[in-house]
Design a protein. Structure first.
Length: 134
């Protein structure tokens, strides 16, 4: 196996991680949009036992944040280099913001945190390989 074919195999693995990170970012963003709309509309299934602030304020935060995440995820799939940085930042801050739901919805909060960590990992490790020709 030549070094050129090894490099291409590595690139394909990185491409899979980038695609995975983008799709998970879109998924988490979509769920944040749904969660935000539910909080804003005062849906009965949400418990107003947040770490701080009001359910309405967090609803607007998660709605806007989810829209940014979805747009960044599609931009990553489209090959935009800037979207990698936006994806990392939104996943990082989403991970931290999930602590606001942790008391009321621990399973959802931990699941979202794990998804955010996987997005950050995929984009940090393989995001720079976009220019290496895979």
């Amino acid at each position: 196996m030549s070094t050129q074919s090894v490099g291409r195999a590595e690139g394909r693995a990185g491409y899979g991680w980038i695609t995975f990170a983008a799709v998970i970012l879109i998924l988490v963003g979509t769920l944040n949009i749904i969660e935000g709309i539910s909080a804003i509309s005062g849906a009965n299934y949400l418990i107003n036992q947040l770490l701080f602030s009001s359910l309405n304020a967090w609803g607007w935060f998660f709605l806007i944040w989810g829209i940014i995440q979805v747009l960044a995820g599609f931009a990553i799939l489209g090959g935009a280099t800037w979207a990698i940085f936006v994806g990392i930042a939104t996943a990082f801050f989403n991970l931290i913001s999930q602590f606001s739901w942790a008391h009321a919805y621990p399973v959802w909060a931990v699941s979202a945190m794990v998804a955010d960590v996987l997005v950050i990992y995929g984009l940090l490790v393989y995001g720079g390989r976009r220019d290496s020709g895979y």
